[in-house]
Design a protein around this ligand. Sequence first.
Ligand code: GLN
Length: 306
Amino acid sequence: MKQELIQCALTHGRRFVRYGKPASYIPELASKDPSKLGIAVCDMEGNVITAGDCKEKFSMQSISKVMALILALEQNGFDNVFSKVGMEPTGDAFNSMVRLDHLINNKPFNPMINAGAIAVTSTIRGATLEERKEACLACARKLTGNPDLGVDYEVFLSESETGFRNRAIIYLMRSNGIIEGNCEEHLELYFLMCALACNCRDLAFFAATLANNGVSPMTGERLIQPRVVRLVRSLMVTCGMYDYSGEFAATVGMPSKSGVGGGIISCAIGKYGIATYGPSLDDKGNSIGGLKMLEYLSDNMGLSIF
Ligand code: GLN
């Protein structure tokens, strides 16, 4: 991919950032500058090109749901993880509770919505909470190729203090037998993953590893098993962009995952890992500038898998 092309994508995306606003239900995110917009693209040789505010740090938020799923599958296997969560899209908002008490088996629909990700996170193992946190951090560092990746504790605290809806979700699942053990500890782990601080480059490496069937384009090392990559990418297509996943498949057509921190990762399979950052969100919680840049690149380079 050419530098000029991502520069054009950026110019295109910038036209739209004024139509959204940063997430405010996590107070710490409300103060982010909505005019920021950046992009990084990593090819299958590990070369990275960037444009715009690609060095800005932001919290992964729901993008970490992909990492939690990879770690849980690695630790526990498919049958165990999918005894707690389904694989179907919902068409509801990412933090919705409406279907959580009406389900066959009471399972949350998929691992890309809050309820599903919390259920997945509850299976992440370790003798103590500290050990579980270490396992999550180690996994995120491995998948981004960044040994210094850490947590934004202000975002973490901000969400822990105000995450009432996620508390309601986990305790409902506890009463329905989906969650076992200490709910507050599971939530702490979930909030910690959401508060992982990264930039576009970190996420472009992760997306490129997914696009490269689980092999790091930087080191040539296999980081994710092929079966896990296939499953994760398919869930990203059907559920990764919340209740915009259908339209996104039609307009962009790449396995992707967004977060309310303003990030989006996108996989052009066998070609590129793309990461965008723009904290101005639409009413479904997706980065407006990010969506527009991905649309532009998909159109101009024929990146849709469909
Ligand atoms: N931490 C956020 C939450 O649980 C993540 C949601 C998101 O990025 N969509 O609400």
